[in-house]
Design a protein around this ligand. Structure first.
Ligand SMILES: NCCCC(=O)N[C@@H](CCCN)C(=O)O
Length: 412
């Protein structure tokens, strides 16, 4: 084995042992976040926990409320000479929860993975003499993945500037290096009608619930004309207050998803469904498209292969089930990040076959059994970062692939 390969192996061991040593404080971090679920943009306690966590660690510069009220940044620099360019490696922490069912997507574990990978990488790098490059390890706390898209806000605010590569990992029911993540645009539809006694003077009323129901049915009819990989799904958030009051106000929320933003003109067709329901019922309608559009994920197979190799060495069992690998896995604001900086968003098993966004998954995400798998994923991410830092040609390859993929998507 060459000297370089030996060093890399030794540093990877160091990543593993540092993360194992920090096991108890990392577990407390994700438990604290899990037991106090907070919604998008309101993750104040999770923000404070993570800020405190990094402030108590040696050497990190911590910026609380970084660009968004509930976002943060922690960074640490090592090696090389002051004036040298820095290779800046980012790990992302998510920590928002879902309404009523808490951490049913396991974002408490995403926060733990980001924190653990950053600690592990730092521990390995600080023991290394003569690093070929100057390195910055950056942790970004990115709020509001489940609603709104905090990473998109942060990209707009320049929070990702200077990063060379970004890593995060998402809990799932299996280990997978990539699952198709599609583009998404969210929309809220509000119908205003007129209340009246539903039995005494129904003719005086304008029924906003009828508009909502027609809207829902229009969208179901539209589904027949959609491409098989498009997804539209909605709920009625307000449907009236009492059967004997003709509903004066109703509200729906729809998510519209397509493989990439190129197909999002489905929005136009959907808008006709929303507006025609208002016309048919004489209601007023407001159609509010969300501020942010979630992009699909731009893949980077160089990063994926490195992560997979490290994951396999740690005993991960990556799924080969084609149904799983080809099926859509929802959307993420990390997609937008991958069009600006090369990155990966692999999935990790947490010791349960429960499905994300169910109460069973909330239980699994808070279960101590998830810890081994969560920390294993963090180790694989930090080891992948080491591969890039110790072998600059690999980082070059990652960047080259990124540029080519963007060109193919006409995004340059
Ligand atoms: N593949 C990642 C899944 C994470 C997730 O479930 N994200 C939400 C985002 C919703 C934003 N409106 C989703 O429903 O896909």
């Amino acid at each position: 084995m060459s000297g370089e390969a030996e060093l890399l192996l030794e540093l990877k061991h160091r990543v593993g042992s540092c993360i194992d040593e920090a096991e108890s404080k990392l577990h407390s971090l994700s438990q604290d976040i899990w037991s106090c679920p907070e919604l998008a943009y309101e993750e104040r306690k999770a923000h404070d926990k993570l800020v405190k966590f990094f402030s108590q660690e040696d050497g990190w510069r911590v910026d609380s409320h970084f660009k968004l009220e509930t976002a943060f940044r922690a960074s640490w620099v090592v090696g090389g000479r002051e004036q040298e360019d820095v290779v800046n490696v980012g790990f992302l922490c998510e920590y928002d929860a879902l309404p009523t069912i808490g951490h049913a997507c396991g974002h408490n574990l995403i926060a733990e993975v980001g924190a653990a990978a950053a600690l592990g990488l730092k521990a390995a790098l600080e023991t290394t003499k003569g690093l070929p490059v100057r390195v910055q390890v950056t942790v970004l706390g990115t709020p509001a993945e489940e609603h709104g898209g905090g990473k998109i806000d942060m990209l707009r605010e320049g929070a990702f500037e200077g990063l060379d590569v970004v890593f995060m990992a998402h809990p799932s029911k299996e280990d997978a290096v990539y699952l198709p993540c599609v583009a998404e645009h969210d929309v809220t539809i509000k119908y205003q009608g007129k209340a009246s006694h539903a039995a005494s003077y129904p003719w005086e009323g304008i029924n906003a619930l009828d508009a909502a129901v027609l809207c829902y049915n229009n969208m179901s009819v539209l589904r027949q004309q959609m491409k098989p990989d498009w997804r539209v799904h909605g709920i009625i958030k307000h449907g009236g207050v009492k059967p004997n009051i003709i509903p004066a106000y109703t509200e729906l929320e729809y998510y519209l998803r397509t493989l990439s933003c190129k197909d999002l003109p489905v929005l136009k067709k959907a808008e006709r469904c929303f507006r025609s329901a208002a016309m048919a019922t004489s209601c007023e309608v407001e159609v509010e498209f969300a501020r942010n559009t979630f992009d699909n994920i731009l893949r980077n197979t160089t990063l994926e292969e490195l992560y997979q190799r490290n994951g396999k060495a740690l005993g991960m069992d990556f799924t080969i089930d084609e149904d799983v690998l080809k099926n859509e896995s929802g959307s993420t604001d990390f997609g937008n990040v991958t069009f600006v900086i090369p990155g990966i968003h692999p999935y990790f098993y947490i010791g349960s076959k429960a499905l994300n966004h169910t109460e069973e998954y909330t239980v699994a995400a808070g279960d101590a059994r998830a810890q081994f798998f969560t920390l294993r994923s963090a180790k694989a991410l930090a080891m992948t970062a080491l591969d890039l830092l110790l072998c600059p040609e690999l980082l070059q390859r990652v960047k080259q692939e990124f540029t080519e993929a963007k060109r193919k998507e006409n995004r340059i």
